[in-house]
Design a protein around this ligand. Structure first.
Ligand code: ZN
Ligand code: ZN
Length: 146
């Protein structure tokens, strides 16, 4: 399988690659993503878990999100870069922190989640599908947009 994209943490001890193109990319404005990130929201890119190959050790933080889903976030233990998470309700998928991609231009944000929690100064793109909280449907491969 050809490599579609690669990424990793700031110190380069953790690297990943994906043999699948991004399925969907979304901004999330929830308070957890804000707290953990560097600004008012995080941008996430979903790929199938089977297409995702990780090298290097990551540390984990497990928490039940506002959606009620348990989210397991992975970071580089050396430099602290947020890399990806997996969560209940999205089995078989890995949710990559888009900012960790070597070429984030490959990801095209389509939706904005938890815009009800957005900070007033964090611009919301009116061209995206905006959701007050979680997108209504569960993101399974058959339901995700092409
Ligand atoms: Zn690192
Ligand atoms: Zn979030």
């Amino acid at each position: 399988m050809p490599i579609e994209f690669e990424g990793g943490c700031l110190c380069e001890k953790v690297r990943y690659r994906s043999t699948a193109k991004p399925i969907v990319t979304a901004h999330c404005y929830c308070t957890d993503c804000r707290k953990i990130g560097g600004t008012g929201h995080a941008t996430h890119t979903v790929v199938p878990f089977d297409a995702f190959e990780l090298t290097g050790a990551v540390t984990e933080f497990d928490r039940v999100a506002d959606s009620g889903n348990r989210i397991n976030r992975r970071f580089c233990p050396s430099c602290g870069s947020a890399l990806y998470h997996t969560r209940e309700g999205l089995s078989g998928m890995v949710v990559i922190r888009t900012s960790s991609m070597d070429d984030p231009e490959l990801a095209k944000p389509e939706r904005a989640l938890y815009t009800g929690s957005a900070i007033s100064w964090d611009h919301l793109d009116p061209d995206l599908s905006n959701f007050e909280k979680m997108a209504p449907q569960r993101a399974t491969p058959s339901q995700l947009p092409e």
